[in-house]
Design a protein around this ligand. Structure first.
Ligand SMILES: Cc1ncc(C[n+]2csc(CCOP(=O)(O)OP(=O)(O)O)c2C)c(N)n1
Ligand SMILES: [Mg+2]
Length: 338
């Protein structure tokens, strides 16, 4: 999936072509995730699957502000983040289905999507574990003076993990080129975040503790995400250090594909549905003169591509059992210890 051109200026209003490209990417990811949900329900996908349905604007808007050689890193809810960096959807789907040709050889599954060649340094299932890794990536680019920036995505529940505080503190004192993006989807697993923290904003209210500016954005507005990340990227490339951004959003489904999410009040769900990032961007495009026929065609094209890649993935073989020993790290055992 081609990502839109990186931002060269930080004007808040994206042009018509960019608005269209962002929308197409969001539609594709939405339909892809819905297909994954369906395949899970049919028993075709094994192991837990965490869908980012409703959170597409953050992945797409943020990725569109990056250079191809920048880094990003995320969580088990990471399909959209990999796709938004240009990772092959065929390879992601095969990974989810445990087939040859999967992005990790069909051996990693849903929670470990990684594509180093696309700058996506992995999905992490241990909450908060990847924030210090993001600091390591940023530190490497600082040492190599490459001006690469690292985007690090995580959820609202992550701010109660020690690694969050350690990583943001380190990034702040070393002025690392890393952008921490808290996707506040209002829930950590089955618990509303508001019952788990003593402040109103999980990330923005913590920024001051690390000498950072509190930044709170509408994570369902793709143009707002793009322009905010673009500004943070400019600061990071100039050596002005990290940013901590909280993007407000909502998970349209449960924590994992198994979870019916019955614990959420119906009026809360209904109110967030009206703020769906796809509906928001459709309104922008209609205003810009894009026809209903074109909007429908984007959907139809995305669905046709996804159906074709599903047929081919389902027909593919599972990984060869001999591959179980490939890509397994070995440190040489006792030989270097004494
Ligand atoms: C260190 C650790 N503790 C607990 C868990 C179990 N767990 C998995 S997801 C999750 C909630 C995380 O919520 P949030 O950070 O808001 O991310 P979201 O799932 O909403 O994207 C928890 C507690 C885990 N995977 N790792
Ligand atoms: Mg959450």
């Amino acid at each position: 999936m081609p990502t839109p051109d990186p931002i060269t200026d930080t004007a808040p209003s994206a042009g018509h072509e960019t608005a269209l490209a962002l929308y197409k990417d969001m539609v594709f990811i939405r339909r892809f995730l819905e297909k994954v949900d369906g395949l899970y329900r049919q028993g075709q996908i094994h192991g837990p699957v965490h869908l980012g349905l409703g959170q597409e604007a953050i992945a797409v808007g943020a990725a569109s502000a990056l250079r191809p050689d920048d880094y990003s890193i995320g969580t088990y809810r990471g399909h959209a983040h990999a796709l938004a960096r240009g990772t092959s959807p065929e390879a992601v789907l095969r990974e989810l289905l445990g087939r040859q040709g999967g992005i990790c050889g069909g051996k990693g599954g849903s929670m470990h999507i990684t594509s180093v060649k696309d700058g996506y340094y992995g999905s992490y299932a241990i909450v908060g574990a990847h924030l210090p890794v993001a600091c390591g990536l940023a530190w490497a680019s600082r040492i190599k003076r490459t001006e690469q920036v690292t985007l690090c995505f995580f959820g609202d529940g992550t701010v109660n993990i020690g690694a969050f505080h350690e990583a943001v503190n380190l990034a702040a004192i070393w002025r690392l080129p890393v952008i921490f993006i808290c996707e506040n989807n209002q829930y950590m697993e089955y618990t509303p975040i508001s019952t788990m923290i003593p402040v109103a904003r999980p990330a923005a209210d913590r920024a001051a503790a690390y000498g950072l500016q509190p930044i709170l954005i509408d994570g369902n507005d793709v143009a707002a995400v793009r322009s905010c990340i673009a500004e943070a990227v400019v600061r990071a490339r100039k050596g002005e250090g990290p940013s901590l951004i909280e993007a407000d959003t909502y998970r349209l489904k449960g924590h994992s594909a198994l979870d019916p999410a019955a614990y959420r009040p119906a009026d809360e769900v209904a109110s967030w549905k009206t703020k769906d990032p796809l509906l928001r961007q459709q309104a922008v495009l209609r205003e810009a003169g894009v026809s209903e026929a074109d909007l429908t065609a984007f959907d139809t094209d995305a669905l046709a591509r996804i159906e074709a890649m599903t047929d081919s993935a389902l027909a593919a073989e599972p990984p060869d059992p001999g591959d179980a020993w490939r890509d397994v790290w070995s440190d040489g055992g006792w030989q270097w210890r004494n």
